[in-house]
Design a protein around this ligand. Structure first.
Ligand SMILES: [Fe+2]
Ligand SMILES: [Fe+2]
Length: 158
């Protein structure tokens, strides 16, 4: 989309993922199969989102600022490791018969909440300031050029 900003695009994706997670939680009790579908879509989307950031977005910040390690993107990459571990904990619960993922969900939501806030309020606006509209068009076209990949999840294979 012409004139799209990093902050609006990525914040929009955070919101989309948050909504999928809510749908997963809402369906857990009465429609576990439906809940698993929502979880799978959430997991696929979150993994893609992290890939967009780590492989496409963060390298731009690192290149322009020369901050390869010890800067904000290092902190964000570290957050992603914790988020992925928490995501896997929820995933394991979703796979199990008991489906007892309340604690794991809480941990994941806390990590994501704090992480997304830092990105939306600090990192994305900085990247918007340091890039031109043309740079951003390149970012979004790279994102669109990445092949869709379903996450392996809940023993479902495509
Ligand atoms: Fe992130
Ligand atoms: Fe993000």
């Amino acid at each position: 989309m012409a004139g799209e900003k990093v902050v609006s695009f990525f914040q929009g994706d955070h919101k989309r993922l948050d909504a999928l997670f809510v749908k997963f939680q809402e369906n857990k009790k009465d429609s576990p199969a439906k809940a698993r579908d929502f979880f799978r879509e959430f997991k696929t989307g979150l993994e893609r989102h992290i890939l967009w950031e780590e492989d496409i977005l963060f390298p731009i910040f690192e290149k322009v600022t020369g901050m390869q390690s010890g800067g904000p993107t290092t902190v964000m990459r570290h957050d992603h490791q914790e988020i992925k571990a928490a995501l896997e904990s929820v995933h394991e619960c979703v796979l199990s018969e008991k489906f007892d993922s309340d604690n794991a969900e809480k941990t994941l939501l806390e990590l994501l909440g704090a992480h997304n806030w830092k990105e939306e309020k600090i990192l994305y606006p900085i990247i918007d300031n340091m890039t031109t509209e043309e740079d951003r068009e390149q970012i979004f076209s790279k994102i669109k050029g990445l092949p869709e990949k379903k996450s392996s999840c809940c023993h479902l294979e495509d």
